[in-house]
Design a protein around this ligand. Sequence first.
Ligand code: BES
Ligand code: ZN
Length: 501
Amino acid sequence: PQVCWLTPEQTAGKQKPYMYTQGQAVLNRSFFPGFDTPGVKSTYSATIKVPEGFTAVMSATTWEKQEKDNTFTFKMSQPIPSYPLLSRCGVGAIKSTMLWMKSRVWAEPCLIEAAKKEYDGVIEEFLVVGEKLFGPYVWGRYDVLFMPPSFPFGGMENPCITFVTPCLLAGDRSLVDVIIHEISHSWFGNLVTNANWGEFWLNEGFTMFAQRRISTVVYGAAYTCLEAATGRALLRQHMDNTGEDHPLNKLRVKIEPGVNPDDTYNETPYEKGYCFVSYLAHLVGDQSTFDAFLQAYVNRFKFQSITADDALEFFLEHFPELKKKGVATIPGFEFDRWLNTPGWPPYLPDLSPGETLAELWAASPLNLEAIKAVDIAAWKTYQLIFFLDKILQKSPLPGGNVEKLSETYPKISCAQNAELRLRWCQIVLKNNLEAEFGKVKDFLHSQGKQKYTLPLYRAMWSGSKSARALAVETFSATAAQLHVNVRNYVKKILDAAPVGS
Ligand code: BES
Ligand code: ZN
């Protein structure tokens, strides 16, 4: 399952076949022998021979090409865990273009111009801010590779070369938080690593915090709070779907032998993890003192794999006055409760800098006059997303309202931006707006990202009879182009007894 072989039709350019690998969480053991646990790190080198006209790239600090026999040699000089290792040999017709001294962007030829335009000039800024906040960037180069449309993730933080979905090519940089997220893994995840997959929140929760710190410095608090509010809405949806008490809704997860860590994947390590790190920052009080702590944390544990206990012990050592005050056991906010009790985070960071924008839309009933007075033409993508999440929470809307909404805001109902398309499709399904089912179908045909695909199949399957028919029809047409994991998860959804009408 680790190696994905794509036919030309499964690529963006539809000209040449393509091969890539994806290791996280435990797929690399099917590709090469080794200790496939995040608790073990090593350097590596590799040689890849490709057919004429193809290029190989890997997560490595040095790259060399021997022209005469189409062979590429790679060396990773820093110790890394296995899961982001080798997992990025995108062999296929790809081109690169220089973004700045140590950063290139790679994509199929038909995407390269758009890819360059989307991120020219900003990557360097994120790296510089990241270094200022969290310490030296140790990986030398930083490249971004745009993957074919069936890549099942938004991004994957392979050291030296992040893999991203082509859905990020929105034309206006509006989905740049994914790049900032993967860059943040350069410190949290790739440098300080969770020792086992039950502690996954150490990778993702710290990374969400780091991502939003960089975003706050570059784009300001108002923007970052809107993005964070979107994350909180995803956590709300997830806990509503599973029930707050679900055992996966705690930060430290017990993964029994034989259970695939991928099957425990959900929003909790990301967004509840973010809340916990925000809570630690809140205990410290001062932002720059907490930034300094994060830098000390990275420095203390770099190139190591750790558990939450190591991290929290270091936190208390670093702030002896907090330890003396007993912050680890404040009733209701015990560190132990954070780690081991499922449910909604006991502490939520204040996102109010972004909230005023959404208040008008959260009101019920909607005041149409007031709505008309608001010009969404200038709204940024995360403002629209925030709004759509509120609409989705309130759906199904009273009869006729969604049609009206669709007509009033073609900017939303005909959006090309993947995050907007996902939400519009969810609203279409929740309101059973059959006239726009075609949009759900088109979106699922155009890409295969797991976080877009599964929620839509779940929504179809718990919807009307025609929504279920749409699910069956779409799956039979697209199954072949989906990543094998995603295909299996969709199958599972369609195998369950429908809960809807
Ligand atoms: N490392 C993850 C992707 C991943 C997790 C792959 C678990 C396989 C198993 C990556 O850093 C990630 O979190 N990507 C997010 C980006 C988002 C949170 C900005 C994604 O793909 O949605
Ligand atoms: Zn991540």
